[in-house]
Every structure is written in structure tokens, then in C-alpha cells.
Write a protein that binds this ligand. Structure first.
Ligand code: 5GW
Ligand code: MN
Length: 359
């Protein structure tokens, strides 16, 4: 009985040993197989070998496209540029971007260049709370002046979708409404625009849209805004500061903020109420401004003019490829300066006490 037990245990142990030996050999064999399989994958088709997402997908990766961005090293010092010289207009920046003024372009020529490209232009506009009252005028005048004859998709972000006026749109033009939550703090409405534009681009526009412009709703069109404004990255010079020294621009001046610009830095003061460009460029801009805004907020700091400050900081490092003159965002309360031949788009006079939730 005792001897039998010993034999039985020996057999069991032997079996276990065999099992271990077998699985060891088998595993080794499997490892060899997997190496072989890996070696068989042609190097150029190994798409999973890294998952790096390019910030700006290069359409022609084979060519060296150095014009695809104009990034300037931080804190480079140089003389302040200007878009006017006495009563004359200046039509090019020091980094050789055109400054668009009436008389610098031929609209018929430009339209005929862009028409065969069959492009789609998106415009975003926010109408939250009382600002819904500006929407009809904005939309109706856009129909008369904004990329007339081109495919335009206007995206209205509002907390009152039912109040959006059903303005008649020309063939090929569409009005799209997106719901956003109401907000008590006005700074939040302003701040979250970047985030919502970023999300719109990611969720809806990447496949269908070529260019995008982000515009203030408290404004209306008076003259042509068309193909002359198209470019990779486009900013509008603010009508209020273009004759001032840059140390007087209302940039964010506290170094603690990610929107900080020193007194001897900066090119122009750009409008937060109108900017645009190629979809991928505006995507990167909104993503960056939003991230900087949120990182600031984490440290309890809010830039002087919220997203406008962050936009100006972005454009200081990432030079716009086209600069639109203040014809592209004037202010109705301002008298027309002599160099302004035409006002194309302008902010309407608003009664702040009436429209703002809490001032
Ligand atoms: C409300 C109070 C203070 C600041 C902004 C708002 C506000 C802005 C609002 O209640 N609802 C709203 O939709 N907005 C959107 O943000 C509008 O599209 C508006 O054009 C844009 C920027 O705000 P503005 O136009 O008051 O800023 P400024 O610098 O043109 O006066
Ligand atoms: Mn405005």
C-alpha cells in the first residue's frame, strides 16, 4: 500500500515535469514564430508601429513645405510694424503677408481662381442669451455680402435654438444650429467659444470644409467679404489700436498668464471678433488657445480680454499668412478714418446694460 503510493506520486511528478517541459518547448516555439511573423511585415506597411498624430497633416508629405507655418522664436525683438504710413496704407507685413485693403485685389480675378476649387467655407457665430437679438441682422447681411456665390455653411451656437430666425439662404448655402448651455458668467461664454469651435471642427467639419471664419454676432456686413480674405491663417487688425504704440495695446500684461506679451513685443492688436483660415490651422489655433486658457484658469488667472488675449498671443508666435485691414471689422460708433475706403463688417453699437447678464 505504502509502496504503491510512492509509485503513484512518482508518476504524477513525472507527468508534471513532462507538462512543464512541453509547455516550455511550446512557448519557446511560439516566441520564434511570433518573431518570424513580425519580420514578415513589410516595413512600409507597419502602420501600428507608432500612433503619433500629426498636428498639421501634411497633404504632400514628399515635398518640403516650409510655408505651411510661420513660427517665430519666442521673445524675438524687432521694430514694431504698422499697417499705415501717414495717410497711406501699408499692404505687406515684415514677414511678407499681404495686408488686405480696398484697391489691393481684383475681386473678379480672385473669384474666378477660387470658383473651380469648389470650396466650402464655414462661419461660426455665437448667439447666447440676449445676444440672440443680433442674429437676424448678422445672417441677413451675410447673405448679401459674405462669400456671395460660394458654398457657405453658417453654424449658429445658441442656448435658444427655437429663436433662431429662419433667414432665407441662397442655393448652396446652409444654416446649421448647435445647442449650447446658457451661462451666467459672460466670461465663460467668451472663453468657451474656442473649445466649441475646436469640437465642431473635430466632430463635423474635417471631411467637408476647407476654410472657416469665426465671427462675433453683434456685428453686420456692409460690403464685400469674399475670396480675398482666404488664407492659411487669417487675422483682422482691430480698428481701435492700429495707430498706437504696441506698449499701449490691451494685451495681457501679467507674466503669470500664458497670454502674456511684453511691452516691446507684438505686431498688431488683432480682433477676437473675427479670425479664420484653413480648417486645420484654425483647429490648431482653437486647441492651443483653449489649452492655454484652461491652464491659466487652473492657476486662477483670466487674461484681460479672455480669448482675444490668447488669440493675440498665438498670432505673435504663429504669424498669420494674411492680415485683414480694419475694413473687415470696424466699429459703428467710430468715425471712418481717412484710409478706410469701405467698411465691410462692423460691430453694432450695443447697450451693455441691456444685453449683458452681469457686468
Ligand atoms: C455677454 C456679456 C459680456 C460679454 C459677452 C457676452 C456674450 C457674448 C453673450 O452674452 N452672448 C454671446 O453670444 N456672446 C458672444 O460672444 C457673441 O457672439 C458676441 O459677439 C461674442 C463676443 O462678445 P462681445 O461681442 O460682447 O465682445 P466685444 O469685445 O465685441 O464687445
Ligand atoms: Mn462683439
Amino acid at each position: 500500500m505504502h509502496l504503491l503510493n510512492v509509485k503513484f506520486v512518482t508518476v504524477i511528478l513525472l507527468l508534471i515535469l513532462l507538462g512543464v517541459l512541453y509547455s516550455y518547448i511550446f512557448r519557446a516555439y511560439r516566441i520564434v514564430v511570433s518573431f518570424e511573423q513580425k519580420d514578415k511585415i513589410p516595413v512600409d506597411r507597419a502602420h501600428d508601429s507608432s500612433l503619433v498624430v500629426p498636428d498639421q497633416p501634411a497633404p504632400h508629405a514628399d515635398f518640403r513645405a516650409h510655408d505651411s507655418s510661420l513660427v517665430v522664436p519666442d521673445h524675438l525683438q524687432y521694430e514694431q510694424p504698422s499697417i499705415v504710413k501717414g495717410n497711406d496704407v501699408v499692404t505687406v507685413t515684415p514677414w511678407l503677408a499681404p495686408v488686405v485693403w480696398e484697391g489691393t485685389f481684383n475681386p473678379v480675378l480672385l473669384d474666378s481662381i477660387y470658383r473651380p476649387k469648389n470650396i466650402t467655407i464655414a462661419a461660426t457665430v455665437f448667439a447666447v442669451g440676449k445676444y440672440i437679438m443680433f442674429l437676424r441682422n448678422f445672417l441677413e447681411t451675410a447673405e448679401q455680402h459674405f462669400f456671395v456665390g460660394f458654398r457657405v455653411h453658417v453654424y449658429v451656437f445658441t442656448d435658444q435654438p427655437k429663436e433662431v430666425p429662419m433667414v432665407k439662404m441662397a442655393a448652396g448655402r446652409q444654416l446649421m444650429v448647435r445647442s449650447v448651455p446658457s451661462s451666467k458668467r459672460w466670461q465663460e461664454i467668451s472663453a468657451r467659444r474656442m473649445e466649441m469651435i475646436q469640437t465642431l471642427i473635430e466632430e463635423k467639419l474635417f471631411k467637408s470644409t476647407d476654410y472657416i471664419f469665426c465671427l462675433d454676432v453683434d456685428s453686420k456686413f456692409h460690403g464685400r467679404w469674399g475670396t480675398e480674405s482666404l488664407g492659411r491663417l487669417v487675422a483682422v487688425v482691430h480698428p481701435g489700436y492700429y495707430r498706437d504704440k504696441r506698449s499701449r495695446f490691451p494685451y495681457e500684461r501679467r507674466p503669470a498668464s500664458r497670454a502674456y506679451i511684453a511691452p516691446e513685443e507684438g505686431d498688431f492688436y488683432y480682433c477676437g471678433g473675427a479670425f479664420g483660415g484653413l480648417l486645420q490651422e484654425v483647429h490648431l489655433l482653437t486647441k492651443t488657445c483653449r489649452a492655454n486658457f484652461e491652464a491659466d484658469a487652473q492657476e486662477d488667472i483670466e487674461a484681460a480680454w479672455q480669448e482675444e488675449s490668447h488669440l493675440n498671443r498665438y498670432m505673435w508666435t504663429n504669424k498669420p499668412s494674411k492680415v485683414l485691414s480694419p475694413e473687415y471689422l470696424w466699429q459703428d460708433f467710430k468715425a471712418k478714418n481717412p484710409e478706410i475706403q469701405i467698411i465691410r463688417f462692423s460691430g453694432v453699437v450695443k447697450n451693455y446694460a441691456e444685453i449683458r447678464p452681469n457686468v
